[in-house]
Design a protein around this ligand. Structure first.
Ligand SMILES: Cc1cc2nc3c(=O)[nH]c(=O)nc-3n(C[C@H](O)[C@H](O)[C@H](O)COP(=O)(O)O)c2cc1C
Length: 149
């Protein structure tokens, strides 16, 4: 199984979340490759069996510009046999909290095997850890199910 975590972050909130999830995956003995979007070779997307996407939200509930090519790549290849998850940080001060997570979720629900989503308010807090563990658990369960099917 080839598993990737691809994230973007400007002020560090989503980066911290992505690193925690990476650590939690490794505690479940799941080896995932962690990429900042700037370092991810998009043409290799379809070689992954499972991908977790991490994004903050910009503008008015928008996907950050640097994530658009990844979004478009998922649009280009419909009905991928790929397990996916989406996580992100946002600020509930804005009308569309974590809108970028919702946009990825809506696309991935249609053309991939979407296992789980996660939204965190700004910087990770202690009380968020259980939600992060749950994200990893649900993602890992879906991987295990697909290995045995
Ligand atoms: C100009 C601007 C627009 C934003 N728009 C939204 C938004 O529509 N919805 C939301 O939930 N958060 C919004 N945010 C908040 C960021 O998504 C949030 O601070 C996030 O945690 C930043 O992630 P990062 O630290 O990984 O860069 C906005 C922030 C800025 C500066």
């Amino acid at each position: 199984m080839k598993i990737g975590i691809i994230y973007t972050s400007v002020s560090g909130n989503t980066k911290e979340l992505a690193h925690l999830l990476h650590e939690l995956f490794s505690r479940q003995t799941i080896r995932a490759h962690l990429f900042h979007i700037a370092d991810f070779p998009i043409h290799t997307l379809s070689t992954f069996d499972a991908i977790a996407i991490g994004t903050y939200t910009w503008g008015d509930g928008d996907i950050p510009a640097e994530m658009e090519p990844l979004f478009q790549e998922f649009e280009k290849i419909p009905q991928m046999k790929m397990i996916t998850g989406v996580f992100g940080t946002g600020d509930s001060f804005y009308p569309h909290f974590c809108g970028a997570v919702d946009k990825f979720r809506d696309l991935l629900k249609i053309n991939t095997d979407l296992a789980v989503t996660l939204k965190i308010e700004l910087l990770l807090q202690k009380q968020d850890i259980s939600k992060c563990k749950r994200f990893v658990e649900l993602f890992a369960n879906r991987i295990q199910t697909s290995c045995h099917s």
